[in-house]
Design a protein around this ligand. Structure first.
Ligand code: TZP
Ligand code: MG
Length: 207
């Protein structure tokens, strides 16, 4: 599972923007629209809630044969046998996560400059998440990385690069022109009127 991962349309979850819609059926719609990889990101959940949600999402992603990444929580990634873990710069160091995960799991690392990206790569990251590319209400405590900087980071590393932060239909073409491997989105899919159609339109940019 670890090789030939398609990072083209990477969905990061946020249950707070669902406005009462069912989480699992919304994810299922997104996958039907072409999401290639899912990251379960839970910022306000207890460990039990996070674990139980991860069990449900793992059943769904396994049904559709796409990888599940867990944000931040190595214990939960291992507990549900997710395909991998995504860590930020304030989370467990990538080198430590890699050591515990072993080589069979995916490790993603957030980076906002070339130095962080090269360090993540050296410590065993399988891909880098770079952002925020545009201001976003989904995560307000984030640094901004412009598209020129994104393209420089892409050139500096030899692992896949996924852009994140404020990516919408009106800027996705410019993001694609940087040559990166995929886009990670929350609201462009989960807050859309038709989740499936939004995913289908974004997916066309990263096939
Ligand atoms: N990390 C950097 S920006 C961001 C995360 C998790 C949020 C992206 O959400 P959206 O709604 O796609 O802008
Ligand atoms: Mg984190």
């Amino acid at each position: 599972m670890k090789h030939n991962i398609d990072y083209g349309l990477y969905l990061v979850t946020d249950r707070d923007i669902l406005k009462g819609r069912s989480f699992i059926s919304t994810l299922e719609e997104a996958i039907a629209g072409g999401v290639t990889i899912v990251q379960l990101r839970e910022k306000n959940a207890t460990s039990l809630e996070f674990y139980q949600t991860a069990v449900q999402v793992k059943a769904l992603t396994s049904k559709y044969g796409i990888p599940l990444m867990i944000n931040d929580r190595l214990d939960i990634a291992l507990a549900v046998d997710a395909e991998g873990l995504h860590v930020g710069q304030s989370d467990l160091p990538a080198s430590v996560a890699r050591k515990i995960l072993g080589e069979g799991k995916l490790l993603g690392v957030s980076a906002a400059n070339i130095e962080e990206a090269l360090k993540a790569q050296a410590e065993g990251a399988d891909y880098i998440g770079v952002g925020a590319l545009f201001p976003t209400n989904t995560k307000t405590d984030t640094r901004l990385v412009n598209l020129a900087q994104l393209a420089e980071i892409k050139k500096a590393v030899n692992i896949p690069v996924v852009g994140i932060g404020g990516i919408q239909e009106n800027n996705v073409t410019a993001v694609g022109e940087t040559g990166i491997d995929g886009i990670a989105v929350v609201s462009a899919i989960l807050a859309a009127g038709s989740v499936k159609e939004a995913a289908m339109r974004l997916r066309k940019h990263f096939m």
